[in-house]
Write a protein that binds this ligand. Structure first.
Ligand code: NAD
Length: 275
């Protein structure tokens, strides 16, 4: 990223008082992203932190940006907003991005077709980037898996393993599915035709070309993902391990710095990484 692109980022955080919102604010106010400034902090009108200074909320020096429920003011003050709220609010924010032409980074997960449609409309007037996993490392891994699956071909069996903490309620993780999709794309097959999500009992020999996926749940594991390419006489393993949730906030701020000032359109983390 060039210093010139960073200097343009006046960032508004949507869901500023939430877990991710606070981490993102800490990233910006901590000064690790040269040129990125906090321009607005937006949250729900029922949020108990409304009116509080964002810096004070984090136990830092006051930063002069108060948490507000005024959406138009927030989208006007910022040239890029980062949204980590909930899927039901996405249509509204996408419409604000459209009206104000404000670049829009969407980290919120669980978007259905309706929300995806709203993002497409917003992208006619604003730069829009959506990623269910904002980690730079995971996004690089997804791309590496597609390339590796393509290069190594069907002689190498693909097995995906993911591990998360004991509280995670869904399985497999969205990231494991994204890795499986990338492997299938590299192989030129549809994931639904290749995926073996669980094994138990007399399962027979491994079907040729299948993509295995296994899941671990336990302890406080933040998120580990390994993709193994198992051939004759060798195994290639590509692993990502998350050790701190702030990596998602760092990725989101990096994406926002990159997106600010970009022409209207749809972008992904691949574009941020130059892949
Ligand atoms: P959270 O519940 O701690 O925070 C959400 C915040 O959004 C709250 O402060 C809430 O008041 C606010 N909010 C909700 N509706 C709003 C509205 N209409 N207008 C303004 N503010 C509103 O949740 P969290 O843990 O910070 O996660 C938020 C989202 O980010 C979830 O969808 C989660 O899955 C996703 N997430 C994505 C990544 C990624 O890398 N993309 C990483 C972690 C979490």
């Amino acid at each position: 990223m060039t210093p010139a692109s960073q200097s343009k980022a006046k960032i508004g955080i949507i869901g500023a008082a939430g877990r991710m919102g606070q981490m993102i604010a800490r990233e910006i106010l901590g000064g690790q992203h040269t040129g990125a400034t906090l321009a607005a902090a937006l949250d729900h009108d029922s949020c108990p932190a409304l009116g509080k200074d964002m810096g004070t909320l984090l136990g830092l020096e006051p930063c002069g940006v108060k948490i507000t429920a005024d959406k138009h003011a927030a989208f006007e003050a910022a040239n890029v907003v980062i949204d980590f709220t909930n899927a039901s609010a996405t249509v509204d924010f996408a419409s604000l991005a459209f009206q104000h032409g404000t670049a829009y980074v969407v980290g919120t997960t669980g978007l259905a077709e309706k929300e995806q449609g709203a993002l497409k409309v917003a992208a006619q007037k604003a730069a829009v980037l959506q990623a269910a996993n904002m980690s730079l490392g995971v996004n690089l891994l997804v791309s590496l898996i597609e390339q590796t699956a393509k290069r190594l071909g069907p002689d190498y069996d693909i097995e995906i393993f993911e591990a998360h903490h004991r509280h995670k309620v869904d399985a497999p993780s969205g990231t494991a599915l994204a890795l499986a999709e990338a492997a299938a794309a590299g192989r030129g097959v549809l994931l639904k035709d290749a995926l073996i999500p669980a094994r138990f009992g007399q399962i027979g020999a491994r079907p040729e070309g299948s993509i295995g996926l296994s899941v671990f749940r336990g302890g406080d594991v933040i998120g580990d993902h390994t993709v193994t390419f198992a051939g004759m006489g060798e195994r290639l393993e590509l692993t990502h391990k998350a050790s701190d949730r702030s990596l998602f906030a760092r990725g989101a701020v990096t994406a926002a710095c990159w997106l600010a000032g970009k022409p209207a359109g749809t972008y992904t983390m691949k574009d941020v990484l130059g892949l």
